[in-house]
Design a protein around this ligand. Structure first.
Ligand code: FES
Length: 233
């Protein structure tokens, strides 16, 4: 019981409604409105709404991000926070770096060398699992099976898989990511938003359901719509 109380106490508090500063861009608002035309009620829009929020708030679903999502969907903060904290792909625990490196340590990857890979990354980045480098560039996470065991040991960065990885391929990847302008955490959130939007398109490009007249047009085509696997060695 005391642990539960502690866990509850560690959750950041919701901002007061009068303190809420809306940060969604016009594009984000248009995307959310377009998505909501395809659902029977706004509750169904919580998952894609949170992906929009994760992108708009720099990869982290802060209490403010959750509160804005709840406000825009007309749902309660508790309801939206409950969804956000249930799924591990939403970043609710802490701010994350520009790139999140997720190391699979499940059975196949473990047998193929996931722990030496993890130790190498921890030493090289100077952080443990859950940590972010001081320059805010990388966050390191441990994850369960990523369902590409034939590429073990495997890591995920944004919407891409890399494997089998070794020290040399990791060095090259970290160097490439450090030079990259765009955050792979934000790219990933955007990819998922675009998948939701694209899922409503029929092969001919027509919306599956007629949107409300006032709904803005969907944004440009996605840069990426699915997880890709890169062989790195
Ligand atoms: S065990 Fe790592 S991808 Fe399956």
């Amino acid at each position: 019981m005391s642990e539960l109380i502690q866990l509850g106490a560690s959750r950041p508090k919701a901002p007061k409604p009068e303190d809420l500063k809306l940060q969604f861009s016009d594009t984000a608002v248009a995307e959310l409105e377009a998505l909501l035309t395809h659902y029977p009620d706004s509750k169904s829009g919580i998952l894609p709404g949170l992906w929009i929020a994760q992108r708009e708030y720099g990869g982290y679903l802060s209490p403010e991000a959750i509160a804005e999502t709840a406000f825009r969907l007309g749902r309660s903060y508790a309801e939206v926070e409950g969804v956000a904290t249930f799924y591990s792909m939403y970043n609710t625990a802490h701010k994350v770096g520009k790139h999140m490196i997720e190391v699979c340590t499940c059975l196949t990857c473990q047998v193929c060398g996931a722990y030496p890979v993890a130790e190498y990354l921890k030493k090289k980045l100077g952080v443990d699992f859950g940590g972010t480098t001081e320059d805010g560039m990388f966050t390191l996470h441990e994850v369960e099976c990523l369902n590409a065991c034939d590429r073990a040991p495997l890591i995920q960065v944004g919407d891409q898989y890399y494997g089998p990885v070794n020290e040399k391929s990791l060095d090259e990847l970290l160097e490439k990511l450090a030079k990259q302008d765009e955050s792979t955490v934000i790219q990933m959130a955007d990819s998922i938003v675009q998948v939701h939007l694209a899922s409503f398109e029929k092969p001919g490009g027509q919306p599956a359901t007629k949107p409300k007249p006032a709904a803005p047009a969907p944004p440009a085509a996605p840069t990426s719509t699915r997880i890709r696997v890169e062989e790195t060695s």
